[in-house]
Design a protein around this ligand. Structure first.
Ligand code: PHE
Length: 364
């Protein structure tokens, strides 16, 4: 066997058994590098006679090609094996239980809004929305709140310095009632909507924050009367508080946009220092709590929206969502709702996947 053939057999054997990529690279440098054994053989060609070169040249070149090809093949095999090993190590067993509890939770206000939408959807109500930046015509005038009404005073309402293009004063809506106007001006009756959202008033203590949440309800149809209002509220509150012994008391009241108007109280009892909604407020140990404002939509409001009040009647109500959440889930300081304290959210928050449904449980 010639020197070239012996070297070829040795190198191919070593390459074939190289255990990893580092060992293979060392072999490549030792054979094909500047001072490598194959490179050394190639250099000897220069000192040969033309006849010798004709005989040895092809052998040495084929040695270099064979070594290069063998290194390439071994490299591909080693890299393939390394990738297989990596993939095997990274394999995830999707049947294992989650290692940690999921983070993040649904805020009680969002939860209650979802509960409201679910309960009212079952009664045929759609969810409507309106902007938080309103004009004073929709927030006040169209709702029959005259210029002199105390709600218009600067200390209640956040006004913007500029008017809109039509010269109307702009403000942060002080209630969700302007959504009544927006709905009646864009939809033909019959109308059945709830409108949950943020409202703003310049007010702040343990039970008042400058921003809070309301849900508006509006029904416009033919022949609607107070009985429909009372049944709707009773049905809603029974579903919301998940008990049948909800007793309502309607007290005559005044709102410019409803006539007649009623404030609605709900009976409650004290249990373990908490107010628990339910029962008759006149019984021993029970009392009444004011829950919401409501009434038959004032015919002037219906006319302001371009509808004929002789044909269309309806009722409306407005409820504080934060107050509903506090009552149902037992929080006592409204300000904590908007602190963004992760410990409070972890305690009072709801799982993102526990969507309220009437069949599965409203607050499950
Ligand atoms: N908008 C009233 C408020 O914020 C509540 C209300 C709504 C009353 C609809 C009657 C009818 O106090």
């Amino acid at each position: 066997m010639s020197e070239t053939e012996a070297l070829k057999a040795k190198l191919l054997g070593e390459i074939e058994t190289a255990s990893d990529l580092d060992a293979l690279e060392a072999l490549r440098v030792a054979a094909l590098g500047k001072a490598g054994s194959v490179t050394g053989l190639l250099k000897t060609l220069g000192g040969m006679t033309p006849e010798e070169r004709q005989a040895e040249g092809p052998k040495i070149h084929s040695l270099r090609e064979a070594v290069t090809a063998a290194i390439g093949a071994r490299k591909a095999a080693l890299e393939g094996a390394a990738l297989d090993a990596k993939l095997a190590g990274e394999r995830l067993d999707m049947t294992l239980p989650a290692a940690a509890a999921p983070r993040g939770s649904v805020h009680p206000v969002s939860q209650v809004m979802d509960e409201l939408a679910e309960i009212f959807a079952d009664m045929g109500f759609a969810v409507a929305t309106g902007p938080e930046i309103e004009d004073d015509w929709r927030n006040f005038t169209a709702l029959n709140i005259p210029e002199t009404h105390p709600a218009r005073a600067m200390h209640d309402t956040f006004y913007f310095p500029d008017t809109d293009a039509e010269g109307r004063a702009m403000l942060l809506r002080t209630h969700t009632s302007p959504v009544q106007i927006r709905t009646m001006m864009t939809q033909q009756p019959p109308i059945r909507i709830i409108a949950p959202g943020r409202v703003y008033r310049s007010d702040s203590d343990a039970t008042h924050t400058p921003m809070f949440h309301q849900v508006e309800g509006l029904v416009i149809d033919r022949g609607i009367h107070m009985g429909h209002l009372k049944w709707t509220l009773e049905t809603f509150l029974k579903a919301f508080f998940e008990r049948d012994d909800i007793v309502l008391r309607l007290r005559p009241s005044y709102f410019p946009f409803t006539e007649p108007s009623a404030e609605v109280d709900v009976g409650y009892a004290h249990e373990k220092g908490r107010r628990i909604v339910g029962g008759n407020g006149d019984d021993d140990g029970h009392a009444w709590m004011e829950l919401l404002g409501s009434g038959m939509v004032n015919r002037r409001v219906i006319a302001n929206c371009g509808l004929d009040p002789d044909e269309w009647q309806g009722f409306a109500f407005g409820i504080g969502i934060d107050r509903l959440a506090m009552l149902k889930y037992g929080m006592d300081d409204l300000r904590a709702f908007f602190d963004g304290d992760l410990r409070w959210l972890a305690h009072y928050g709801f799982g993102a996947l526990s969507v309220p449904t009437l069949s599965g449980g409203i607050s499950a």
